[in-house]
Design a protein around this ligand. Sequence first.
Ligand code: GLA
Ligand code: GLA
Length: 664
Amino acid sequence: MVESIHGLRGVGFGGDYNPEQWPDDVRLADLDLMREAGVTIVSLAIFGWASIEPREGSYDWSWLDDTMDRLHEAGIRVSLATATASPPPWLTRKHPEILPRTADGSVLSPGARQSYSVSSRIWRDYAVGLAVAVARRYADHPALTLWHVDNEIGCHVPHDFSDSAAAAFRRWLRARYGDIDSLNAAWGTAFWSQRYGDFEDVLPPRAAPSHSNPTQQLDFARYSSDELLSYYVELRDAIRPITPEIPITTNFMCTSATKWMDYRRWAAEVDIVANDHYTIAADAEREIELALSADLTRGVAGGRPWLLMEHSSGAVNWQPRNRAKGPGELMRNSLAHVARGADAVMFFQWRASQAGAEKFHSALVPHAGRDSQVFRDVVALGAAVGSLAPLTGSVVQARAALIWDYEAWWAVELDAHPSADVVYMDRMRALHAALWRRGITTDVVASTDDLDAYDLVLVPTLYLVSDEGAANIAAAAERGASVAITYFSGIVDPNDHVRLGGYPGAFRELLGVRVDEFFPLLDGETTMLDDGTTADLWSERVELAGAEAVRMFTDGAMAGRPAVTRRQVGSGAAWYVATRQDESGTAALVDALLAESGVAPVLDVPAGMEAVRRVGEQGSFVVVVNHTDEVVALDLNGSELITGSLVEPGFKVPAGGCAVVQEV
Ligand code: GLA
Ligand code: GLA
């Protein structure tokens, strides 16, 4: 793991740079504007293949050579792409067999981007060939700082059902199971006449007459994540020997919306985690979603700093209604990522395209050009980011953890379940938001991660959990943490086989409850709890087996039975929530958990103000982001990095403003 990026000082600032879209006078003007904005790093040539090699074997490096040289002269570092993110048209015409297929057999044609199957040997050979050519050409270029392999691998095609994918899936299954009867046991193929006699009979879960085998679906999700990752690894290993000193990464999409790549496994293969995040305009709590995604990214990075490789200066173009950012929102979004561990603030893209599918996507230089509010905001942001060098490399402090397992996400949202309304992000977001509103910083970690640093451990909807994960969570309670687990957790093992003897199998003993039947609620149906709050979506028949009831259902099928329970465990406690509580019920639960665990915010801040502490070699920093309409006074001593002003108790952060305080 390379800890810092070669030759980059301070917190990086910049974005995707696509000079191949522009004539030379614009490219020259770009350099002046980049200096004015304080750009220190750009991602170059991500979609460059067809401009580098417009016909097979005929190369035009001139535009890239010039750009590399000029960026170097301007003192700007380059995160150089392998240029493989989309095949050029001649390649898909010559080899249409590299195109991916959907579950119903449709071919995903060229004409957009990412029209390749990572399982195609032909595709991989061509991609490796180009990556090696790019690496050889620029190996000794002084601007080269980081390798950007492909781009958002799996973004458009997380699952490929082509024949080459089917063959790769079978290879993956042979490696996982060894013999076919182990696969039969894991997949429960005694059901519906699915017993396999030979690995050659196995297919991806293509469109079928009814529900496909759930373990087949789950293994296909595991395989697909691994297969995409192996494509990254093959490109990485091809360029590593050419530039052994240059760190290599690819941009992840660690967000609450990106389900199919198990980025914890991916993180082990990159030299530094890089992430892309876009807020959803229609999400009224998008700043909380941003915080959750950034907290996840930090967890994936093992707590180490990471690079925000892409976000947007304003609107995107891929949502139904693409809202521009409001006053101060760009600065708040960028600094919220920095607060949660980002050591670079980068964007898609430098200059807004005049043509093509993304021409209405915002950029650092908008269509209006330099004389625009966006560019003025970008210049201010660049100056602010430029002042943050002292916090580079520092790490975020947190005492609360949220458990997030990708496999649990995949499994809980498979078909043919008790309720289609149980979705993984629902309680994840609700519990994280309750902590966010109380100014608490939350780490997002795996069930098998070390939980020793946490006094509060929240476990939303962990439907699938391994024995090790369940034991690890139980050990946290024994050791003194408050652990809270929500409904439909601990139900199945990693093969998606039900844990028998009463729900929630894996956590029955820890929680001191036993459930013999689920009672999901119908759409729109609610139920009452004995504190006057409501709940919906889920209920179940809970028997106490060592726990005490904290809340009871007062109506409906479960009237008089426990809805929330608590069991004293060692020096900690284990809470169970058997229904979906409304916001006030969730707030009361979280307040009780905070009181019991002693977890408190970094600073006493009002709801809507983030205050996160990062600690590093150059001291302790509190990043505050004020999403409220009020001026907020802080109880801090030190200096503010962006303005250089002295900070004493009573220091005021403007409505909608931000501050980064180096504490004394
Ligand atoms: C992704 C891609 C970029 C661009 C942006 C638009 O992050 O990596 O190339 O398409 O989305 O939001
Ligand atoms: C039908 C089928 C059964 C079973 C039930 C489930 O009746 O014949 O095999 O799938 O539906 O409701």
